[in-house]
Write a protein that binds this ligand. Structure first.
Ligand code: ZN
Length: 426
């Protein structure tokens, strides 16, 4: 007697389960284990993967209420984007045009542009406006295969405006099928009204903004939520970063840090010491701190869209991270400055070329390991039984086409929690 399940996906030319290693992420040079099954099938029940294996054995044991024939197709877990700034108002097209003509990002910042320009526009926007534009960006992410996305605040930079951003993120989660993880990033930049008084702004974060964010979480967000800090020259010092993160930990938030993007301030050492979930950017991390990170449980998140977006040739030393045994993940860094893309397939294209990751390594860094960067490694990012049935059916039968065939959308169908939520029109 065959068991009846909600959905069967059968006859995938290649099915990549992306298996956990020892129940966790794929670490160091073990990165790239796809768990590839030829002529593979999935049985899905109650939004979870019930069973996975060769089609013959799955259809011998299960019948499906619905059946999707994935002949000639690649099937993988949904992509996980663990670092975005996807909620904002306004745009910076004019700044981009000036940068093309040779004005540097630092000059634009000094004139009050850059992040603070987006802060100004976001403060002026209504909650509705933030939700409307956020939904459009989430649609693009979904259409390109993203099924889980982290979204940071950090364009409000006052208690009321940061809470407005958290409210927008919660509304997006309620209205859109993508799984969302919120991050409080009150320490994204020192707002103009605190220019030259960054310690006073850090006091405000610790005494007022973080408690407000924690109270918001208690009332509105039962799931995982993070606190992040931009630890960088011109943003927040190492000591300020430590003060904010220690307070966030007390408030019940998990931790992340933007570290070593332009100048290494010791943020990686601090992050490992505090046991943060992820350290992101890592463009200029010193070797001794790479070694500390490689020996830790903290996920290293590389953001190749940022150097690409700045037209820089300096990409993070991803192979040094792998040599050190680090857990590597990739993300879009989707933001209105140097890295406006919702598309993780484009990140795969950059990572294969500029990080020299194989297609298999890049795919695991955008699924299982990215899920660990959000403390969700036991729930998404892999098609092992018991995990969420977040699945992509691709318009190719070969995983090696990911990153190789770029600038177009290879997604055919997106399934979240066992429910088809998007099909690319023919
Ligand atoms: Zn960022």
């Amino acid at each position: 007697m065959r068991q009846h399940v909600d959905l069967l996906i059968t006859h995938a030319q290649q099915l990549c389960t992306i298996p956990p290693h020892a129940g966790g992420p794929q670490r160091g040079h073990a990165l790239g284990d796809l768990g590839l099954i030829e002529d593979g099938a999935l049985a899905i029940q109650d939004g979870l993967v019930r069973a996975v294996g060769p089609t013959d054995s799955i259809i011998a044991a299960y019948s499906g209420e619905d059946v999707i024939d994935a002949s000639g197709r690649l099937v993988t877990p949904g992509l996980v984007d663990p670092h975005t700034h996807l909620v904002w108002a306004g745009d910076r097209a004019e700044e981009f045009e000036r940068r093309i003509k040779g004005v540097t990002y630092q000059q634009i910042m000094a004139e009050g542009g850059g992040i603070n320009r987006t802060v100004q526009a976001t403060r002026q926007a209504s909650l509705d406006e933030l939700v409307t534009s956020g939904l459009q960006r989430l649609d693009l992410a979904l259409q390109h295969g993203t099924t889980t996305v982290e979204i940071k605040t950090g364009y409000g930079l006052s208690t009321a405006e940061e809470i407005k951003m958290l409210s927008a993120i919660a509304l997006l989660d309620a209205e859109h099928p993508i799984r969302i993880i919120p991050t409080f990033l009150g320490a994204h930049a020192v707002p103009p009204e605190f220019a030259g008084r960054s310690d006073a702004y850090v006091d405000l974060i610790i005494k007022e903004m973080l408690p407000a964010a924690a109270a918001w979480k208690a009332e509105h967000w039962p799931g995982v939520m993070f606190c992040d800090v931009f630890c960088e020259e011109g943003a927040f010092t190492l000591e300020q970063t430590r003060r904010i993160l220690e307070a966030a930990l007390q408030a019940g938030l998990k931790l992340k840090i933007h570290v070593d993007e332009f100048v290494a301030l010791g943020g990686t050492r601090l992050g490992v010491e505090l046991g943060v979930t992820s350290l992101d950017h890592l463009d200029v991390t010193p070797d001794e701190e790479i070694a500390l990170l490689g020996a830790s449980q903290t996920v290293a998140v590389a953001l190749p869209t940022t150097p690409f977006g700045l037209g820089s040739s300096h990409y993070p030393p991803v192979h040094k991270l792998l040599d050190a045994g680090a857990i590597l993940a990739l993300a879009t860094d989707c933001n209105p400055g140097p890295a406006w893309t919702e598309n993780l397939q484009f990140v795969l294209a950059l990572a294969t070329r500029y990080h020299r990751l194989t297609q298999a390594q890049a795919l695991v860094a955008c699924t299982l390991n990215a899920a660990w960067a959000l403390a969700l490694g036991n729930q998404v990012g892999s098609l092992e039984p018991g995990r969420a049935a977040d699945v992509i059916i691709w318009r190719t039968g070969d995983y090696r086409e990911l990153g190789y065939h770029f600038g177009i959308n290879l997604v055919e169908q997106v399934i979240i929690a066992g429910r088809p939520v998007y099909t690319t029109p023919d």
